[in-house]
Ligand binder design. Structure first.
Ligand code: TYM
Length: 336
């Protein structure tokens, strides 16, 4: 069997990029035979970038409801909240003690913060917490505690999955004595949506304030789509689909046939306004049903909580005995 695992940080409202880059492929993958899937709400990761408890709580509900509204079958998949699995935090420490600081110095998120500080003439580490610095170690623990083989993510997370391999390998080497405790995880990237662009063409991301929320109302969806930046070609002028993030968005949600005809029509001079209209209909139609389920689910937070609790029990059946082996391997007392 193959184990698939992925997580979403609980800091905001899910957007089209989270859905197309991670949630949709993960749900599809969980429906295949001989696959065990582990999907979770990364709420410890949320603490790294958010000190607003209300926002984290709200985001947890929204992201949980998104997975379920998107069709995740929680009988098949193991669906849980990271902070309900204490084995993850304990493994984080075991891994912290083998992870090279030099490796973590190269992590994108940390480097971006340092670059920004340096550009502003500040101390390189100004405002950088150990949480941000160690972020990839926590993520390695998420992945390795369940021995995941495949990790569906957007392009921005690939480096973290590679670091999980490095750290896991080092642990195997130091403590395995011929046995590989950890399988080597691989990032699974959907080429078409690995980096879904936002309204302004940069990666769709809350930090750029350029997102299209996944389950906004039809009206909000329409208004967001109207703000997608396009070039200044007039109706009738040929447009280049391969240089249009509107087309990239369209592509991520349409069939091959729909893509071909949109491509041809743009090249033949379809007006941007028309193209936006088409993107809107496409998304609105596809999202209408799950959007309704999403709002029903959000209205019942206690039910969502029950589902997460059941998922945590299932997840710990795997994590608890495995962590005992790891404790023993490094010379700590096992609880068995
Ligand atoms: P997060 O919460 O930032 O994003 C969740 C997932 O959505 C993908 N994504 C995108 N994909 C395509 N286009 C975009 N514009 C876009 N924006 C976001 C991300 O690549 C990600 O797959 N550290 C992770 C969460 C995490 C995790 C894990 C993931 C914690 N532990 C273990 C996998 C395995 C994060 O912050 O993702």
């Amino acid at each position: 069997t193959t184990r698939i695992l992925t997580g979403i940080t609980t800091t905001g409202t899910p957007h089209l990029g989270n859905y197309a880059g991670a949630i949709r492929p993960a749900i599809l993958a969980s429906q295949v035979d001989n696959v065990e899937s582990f999907y979770f709400l990364a709420d410890y990761h949320a603490l790294i970038k958010c000190d607003d408890p209300a926002r984290i709580a709200r985001s947890r509900l929204e992201i949980a409801a998104t997975w379920l509204a998107g069709g995740l079958d929680t009988e098949r998949a193991t669906f849980y909240r990271q902070s309900d699995i204490p084995e993850i935090t304990e493994l984080t420490w075991l891994l912290t003690c083998v992870a090279g600081k030099g490796l973590l110095n190269r992590a994108h998120a940390y480097k971006a913060a340092v670059d920004q500080n340096e550009a502003a003439g500040l101390d390189p580490d100004a405002g950088v917490t150990m949480g941000l610095f160690s972020y990839p170690v926590l993520m390695a623990a998420d992945i390795l505690i369940f021995n995941a083989n495949k990790v569906p993510v957007g392009r921005d997370q690939v480096q973290h999955v590679e670091m999980a391999r490095d750290i896991g390998q080092r642990f195997n080497h130091l403590f395995g004595k011929g046995r590989d405790f950890f399988a080597m995880p691989e990032a699974v990237i959907e080429e078409d949506v690995a980096t879904l662009p936002g309204l302004d063409g940069r990666k769709m991301s809350k930090s750029y304030d350029n997102t299209i929320p996944l389950f906004s109302s039809s009206k909000e969806l329409k208004s967001a789509i109207s703000r997608i930046v396009t070039d200044s070609k007039l109706p009738g002028e040929a447009k280049d689909p391969d240089n249009s993030h509107l087309f990239t968005l369209y592509q991520a949600f349409s069939t091959h046939a729909e893509q071909l005809s949109m491509r041809e029509d743009l090249q033949a001079g379809l007006a941007w306004g028309e193209a936006k209209e088409r993107l809107f209909s496409l998304l609105d139609e596809q999202l209408a049903e799950p959007r309704e389920r999403y709002h029903d689910l959000l209205a019942k937070p206690d039910d969502l909580e029950d589902i997460l609790q059941a998922g945590a029990v299932k997840a710990r059946k795997v994590a608890t005995p495995f962590l005992q082996e790891l404790r023993e391997a490094v010379g700590l007392r096992s609880f068995s």
